[in-house]
Design a protein around this ligand. Structure first.
Ligand code: ZN
Length: 414
């Protein structure tokens, strides 16, 4: 993959003119405008006409050859005090049009998504279920790696125009390559190219594959340019948070998308079951995150900023150990220098993979352990003595924060 990591001016890294991105299930066309305007849409057969009463920001290209599954070409014409976009679709298919307000240095935009039919989405989902099932039959641990952002959403834009969406995709691919060389691990990516996926869809993909571990890969930016290193996040449902964490929640929860594609939320799940499932995602995500950070700091020499809790949509994965990694700060010179180096990105990926392997080794050890069902009147001390071990060891392997037990509770015995 070729990374556009250096360029003559900053302009290339933000929105200019008309752009498009081909995702597996849709093609997104984005028009950057100098000011806010309403979009008028007309369809004539396979031709989609979008008119706005504003001017295009940046260079003006009259024809864009797309030629993907959905669109053959796009024509841009100046007309009636504004601009018209003629989208020549290959088939008469459904679409949606919406606008995005100016924010974080990005201009006002009109977005047209040309969509593949629902039957295509259903086929894709079925395929994910099947390959996940087949990996499980071959006794593999399934890892779903989620390169953050993509397409119309560049993520953080750092020094020298370095873009988060490119860095995290490249690193994720390298992690996948390393991990797939282990015969007990199978990695799937939520996105394989430069296109956007809504946060809830990323979660859905992890569930379709039946992930044993979900890792969302990001690169942060901080107002203080001296801040560098790696950190990880697991889900928190509430609580006081530092300003850095709040800033990050703000960045990672921003969706470059309309509300109308929310996935069904009508699943009626028992609250208690859901709470337990969330707790499992958090404690196990924390365990995996800690191991990965340790390897990153040990093998790639990056400063370990530890694990924090944050309320991040992409981590709402009941039942799946989930962690969000922030690899490097794009506002820090040393980190950017490292992330721009292919050799260094490879070293980072190798370290993350080592952390993942260490986590699954732990899971293997747990699987081999016997467990004890707590009975009324049992205490940790009594159980420890019964199994020739100590209270400390029992608490560590079971990740217990207090010594309170209840009948029916399962305890691993080392
Ligand atoms: Zn991010």
């Amino acid at each position: 993959m070729v990374l556009a990591l250096s360029g003559p001016s900053g302009a290339r890294f933000t929105y200019q003119g008309v752009s498009f991105w081909s995702a597996p299930d849709h093609t997104r066309v984005v028009m950057a405008l100098v000011g806010p305007a309403k979009a008028k849409v007309k369809r004539k057969g396979k031709l989609l006409v979008v008119h706005v009463r504003s001017r295009i920001k940046g260079p003006y290209r009259r024809i864009l050859k797309v030629n993907d599954d959905l669109i053959s070409l796009i024509r841009v014409e100046r007309a009636r005090g504004g601009v018209s976009l003629f989208i020549h679709m290959k088939k008469k298919t459904s679409f949606r049009v919406f606008t995005i307000k100016k924010h974080k240095g990005l201009p006002f935009r009109v977005v047209v998504d040309v969509l593949k039919p629902p039957s295509y989405l259903a086929r894709q989902k079925k395929r994910r279920l099947e390959v996940g099932e087949s990996a499980r039959r071959r006794h593999k641990y399934i890892v779903v790696l989620d390169p953050g952002h993509g397409g119309s959403d560049p993520g953080a834009i750092g020094l020298y125009g370095i873009r988060e969406k490119d860095i995290v995709l490249d690193i994720s691919r390298r992690i996948a390559r390393y991990c797939n060389s282990y015969n007990n691990i199978q990695v799937f990516l939520t996105r394989k190219g430069d296109y956007y996926i809504p946060l809830q869809k990323r979660v859905e993909i992890a569930h379709d594959y039946g992930a044993d571990l979900f890792i969302s890969v990001h690169s942060n930016k901080a107002p203080d340019r001296r801040i560098d290193g790696v950190m990880a996040f697991v889900l928190s449902k509430r609580g006081a948070r530092s300003s850095l964490v709040r800033m990050l929640e703000d960045i990672e929860n921003t969706e470059d998308i309309v509300k109308d594609i929310k996935l069904s939320r009508s699943r009626t799940t028992n609250r208690v079951v859901l709470d337990v499932a969330h707790q499992f995602s958090i404690t196990e995500g924390e365990r995996a995150g800690k191991l990965i950070l340790a390897y990153l700091s040990y093998m790639a020499g990056m400063k370990n900023r530890g694990i924090r809790k944050a309320s991040l949509k992409v981590l709402k994965n009941p039942g799946i150990p989930s962690v969000l990694l922030e690899i490097g700060f794009l506002s820090n010179k040393r980190d950017v220098g490292r992330l721009k180096s292919r050799t260094y990105r490879d070293r980072i990926a190798y370290s993350v993979c080592k952390g993942i392997v260490a986590y699954f080794n732990y899971r293997d050890r747990i699987k081999r352990m016997r467990y004890y069902m707590v009975k009324k009147g049992d205490t940790l001390w009594k159980i420890a003595r019964m199994h020739n071990t100590t209270v400390d060891k029992l608490m560590a392997v079971n990740n217990l924060r207090s010594s309170r037990l209840y009948p029916g509770m399962k305890l691993f015995v080392p």
